[in-house]
Design a protein around this ligand. Structure first.
Ligand SMILES: Nc1ncnc2c1ncn2[C@@H]1O[C@H](COP(=O)(O)OP(=O)(O)OP(=O)(O)O)[C@@H](O)[C@H]1O
Ligand SMILES: [Mg+2]
Length: 370
C-alpha cells in the first residue's frame, strides 16, 4: 500500500472490495460498484451463515437497519443525512458507504460558516481566465460537481454548520440534478450522471446554528445514529480502532482486557452521571462518545510507548482519561473529582484488581490539574 498518514477506506480495503466485486452477481443500482447486499456485507462484516470462502471484517458497529436504510436512500433520488452526537461514527459510515458504492470516498466538502456556494458548485482558475478567457477548461469544479459528472457519491460533512445560501444551492442540486454555469455561452450545464447522490452528516449538538430549511429536509432521508451504549459493541469498536493505531505506529503492546473493562466501565458510569445531572455545570462538557474513549486509550498507549516501559498501566490510563475529559476548570475537574471519590474509591476497595492503581493515577492527575 502507498504511504499515507490515513488511507481512505477504498484504498485501505481495496483487496476486500475487489474480492466482493468479483463474487457479486446481484443487480446493482445505476453505476454502483457493488450490489446493496454486498455493501451491507462490506460494512457490517461476514458471519458464518453467509457461507463465504473468506472472512470480511466488520468496520462499522451499529444496528443493521441503519445501514440498510442508508443504502436504500442512496438508491432513491433523495440524499442521505446521517445525524447524531459527536463521535458516533457518522463520518466513518459515510466514508464506508461511498467507498463501497463508488470506490471514491474523497469527494468531500466540509461545511463551516465560511463555506460558500463556490465550494459546492465551481470556481475559476483566475490566471487561466485572464490568459484564455472563461471556458470549461478554466473552471474548477467542486468535489460535489465532480461527483455529479462522474455519477458517484459526493459527501458533505457538517451540513448544519453551513449558511442558508449554501443549503439553498444544495436544494437545487438535489432536485434538478444539474448545475448551470451562466458565465459560459455554450456547454454551460453540468448534468449529474446516474449514481450521483450526496451523503451529508450533521452533529445533533450543532442544531439550531443553522436550522435546516424544510425544503432541504424534504430532499434528504434522515438516519439518526445513536451513541453506542452496548458495552460489547463498544468494546469491539475500541479494540478495532486500537489495533489499527498500534499497527500504524508499529507498536507492540498488549492492551490488557481488564484495563479495557475499566475504561468502558468508567465511561458508562460518567454517562449515567451526566444523564442524571440537572444543570450543565454538573455535566461533563464531553459527549463521552466512543470516539473519545478511543482517544483516551490512544493517548495512554502512546504515553506508555514514548515515556513508559511499553506496558499499559492503570495509572497511565487514568491520567489520560482525566486529561482528556477535564476541559473546563473548575466544572469538569469537580465532576471528575466527585466521580473518583464517590465511585472509583469504593470500587477499588470492593473489586481490587487494577482499580486501586486506577484510583491513584486519577487522583494524582486531578491534583496536578486543580
Ligand atoms: N459505530 C462505530 N463503528 C465503528 N467505528 C466507530 C463507531 N463509532 C465511532 N467510531 C470510531 O470513532 C471515530 C470517530 O468517528 P466519526 O469521526 O465517524 O464520528 P462522527 O459521528 O462523524 O463525529 P462528529 O460529529 O464529531 O464529526 C472514528 O475513528 C470511528 O472509526
Ligand atoms: Mg464527523
Amino acid at each position: 500500500m502507498t504511504d499515507m498518514l490515513r488511507a481512505p477506506a477504498e484504498v485501505k480495503f481495496a483487496e476486500e472490495l475487489d474480492w466482493l466485486e468479483s463474487i457479486d452477481d446481484s443487480p446493482k443500482p445505476f453505476s454502483w460498484r457493488l450490489s446493496p447486499k454486498m455493501i451491507r456485507l462490506f460494512i457490517l462484516g461476514s458471519e458464518r451463515a453467509d457461507g463465504l470462502d473468506r472472512e470480511i471484517s466488520q468496520k462499522w458497529f451499529g444496528d443493521r437497519s441503519f445501514v440498510e436504510r442508508s443504502i436504500v436512500t442512496l438508491a432513491s433520488d433523495r440524499g442521505l443525512l446521517l445525524i447524531g452526537d459527536p463521535g458516533t461514527g457518522k463520518s466513518w459510515l459515510a466514508e464506508l458507504l461511498a467507498a463501497a458504492i463508488s470506490r471514491n470516498s474523497t469527494l468531500v466538502v466540509q461545511g463551516t460558516a465560511g463555506t460558500t456556494e463556490d465550494h459546492i458548485k465551481y470556481s475559476w482558475n483566475v490566471s487561466m481566465v485572464i490568459a484564455k478567457g472563461q471556458s470549461r477548461a478554466s473552471m474548477i469544479p467542486s468535489p460535489i460537481m465532480t461527483a455529479m459528472e462522474k455519477g458517484v457519491i459526493g459527501r458533505f460533512e457538517e451540513l448544519t454548520r453551513s449558511t442558508s445560501d449554501v443549503q439553498d444551492a444544495l436544494i437545487s442540486i438535489l432536485s434538478e440534478k444539474y448545475v448551470s454555469i451562466p458565465e459560459l455561452d455554450d456547454d454551460n450545464i453540468v448534468f449529474a450522471q446516474p449514481g450521483f447522490s450526496i451523503i451529508a452528516t450533521a452533529n445533533s449538538r450543532d442544531r439550531g446554528v443553522n436550522d435546516l430549511s424544510s425544503a432541504l429536509k424534504r430532499r434528504f432521508n434522515f438516519v439518526r445514529i445513536p451513541v453506542v451504549t452496548n458495552k460489547k459493541s463498544e468494546a469491539e469498536i475500541v479494540r478495532f480502532r486500537t489495533t489499527e493505531l498500534l499497527r500504524r505506529h508499529q507498536i507492540e503492546l498488549d492492551v490488557p482486557p481488564n484495563l479495557l473493562d475499566i475504561l468502558l466501565q468508567s465511561f458508562a458510569d460518567l454517562r449515567a452521571a451526566s444523564a442524571s445531572a440537572t444543570s450543565d455545570d454538573e455535566k461533563l462538557e464531553s459527549a463521552l462518545s466512543t470516539a473519545e474513549q478511543i482517544g483516551v486509550l490512544e493517548d495512554a498507549i502512546l504515553h506508555s510507548t514514548f515515556f513508559g516501559d511499553r506496558q499499559l498501566r492503570a495509572e497511565t490510563l487514568a491520567g489520560s482519561l482525566v486529561g482528556s475529559l477535564a476541559r473546563r476548570s473548575p466544572e469538569d475537574l469537580a465532576i471528575l473529582n466527585k466521580y473518583w471519590h464517590g465511585v472509583v474509591e469504593p470500587r477499588s476497595k470492593e473489586d481490587g484488581g487494577e482499580w486501586p492503581a486506577f484510583l491513584e493515577g486519577g487522583r494524582a492527575a486531578i491534583a496536578t490539574l486543580s
